[in-house]
Design a protein around this ligand. Structure first.
Ligand code: MG
Length: 247
């Protein structure tokens, strides 16, 4: 069942998302060559906890940190630690906040210093794919209209989308129904209604779509070792169209 949020519930989700957005602003200021992903994690946790939030990922199914930090060929769920970011890396930072029992979830991928043209193009196309997906989050559309828009844009640039990981509904739980694949034909799945809140999160690869997990049982990487990029926003379906809570 897809939970429909009431206006007061949406107001709490906006507040949760506002804390998350501000946390990204803090993290972004500190993304530079030489910083460790563990330092970024500490900055995020401090900011969330001092602003009436709880890091949503820390302890979630045993995940040990506030952020997921995924560098270059890492797709998602990288564990922050002593690794230093290097000039030319791209790093996906995925975070969630709980505020007054409501979750928000978002991801930004940052360039560390100067990055290759390929990396820059991949980041641009992934962000555009997310935006095109968000634009389909309107009452009366089918859920898979979002999926199709994401896949079409990524593949039209010669990239592939990750298929084994999906977006999701969000609210009082981080992962609610529906699951939202980043691929598929349009016009399928549930009809979108006002009050649905969705975490849309395309993961786009320069090479093939296949991924595997490392021995830490968390970090997903591309099988071919090529770059991957992830952007995510928490989006409410409203009568006026998509409302992006995490921007
Ligand atoms: Mg998510």
């Amino acid at each position: 069942m897809i939970v429909i949020k009431t206006e007061p519930e949406l107001e709490l989700m906006r507040a949760s998302a506002r804390i998350l957005k501000e946390t990204f602003d803090e993290v972004e200021k500190n993304v530079r060559p030489g910083v460790t992903t563990g330092e970024l994690d500490a900055i995020a946790e401090d900011y969330i906890r001092s602003n009436d939030g709880i890091p949503a990922f820390k302890g979630y199914q045993g995940f040990p940190a506030t952020i997921c930090s995924s560098i270059n060929e890492q797709v998602v769920h990288g564990i922050p630690g002593p690794r230093k970011l290097e000039e030319g890396d791209i790093v996906g930072v995925d975070m969630g906040v709980i505020h007054k029992e409501f979750y928000s979830d978002a991801t930004r991928t940052y360039a560390v210093g100067e990055v290759s043209d390929e990396a820059r193009r991949l980041m641009r196309v992934t962000k555009e794919a997310l935006d095109l997906g968000i634009d389909k989050a309107r009452p009366g559309n089918h859920l898979s209209d979002i999926s199709h828009a994401v896949q079409k844009h990524a593949e039209s640039h010669g990239y592939s989308v990750v298929k084994v990981l999906v977006g999701h509904g969000i609210g009082r739980r981080m992962h609610e129904e529906p699951q939202i694949p980043n691929f598929g034909p349009p016009g399928q799945g549930p009809i979108l209604k006002p009050g649905m809140v969705l975490a849309l999160e395309p993961m786009v690869n320069v090479g093939g779509s296949n991924v595997l997990t490392l021995d830490d049982n968390w970090t997903f990487v591309t099988v071919d070792g090529k770059l991957s990029c992830h952007f995510e926003d928490t989006v409410a379906v409203t009568d006026d169209g998509p409302e992006i809570l995490t921007r």
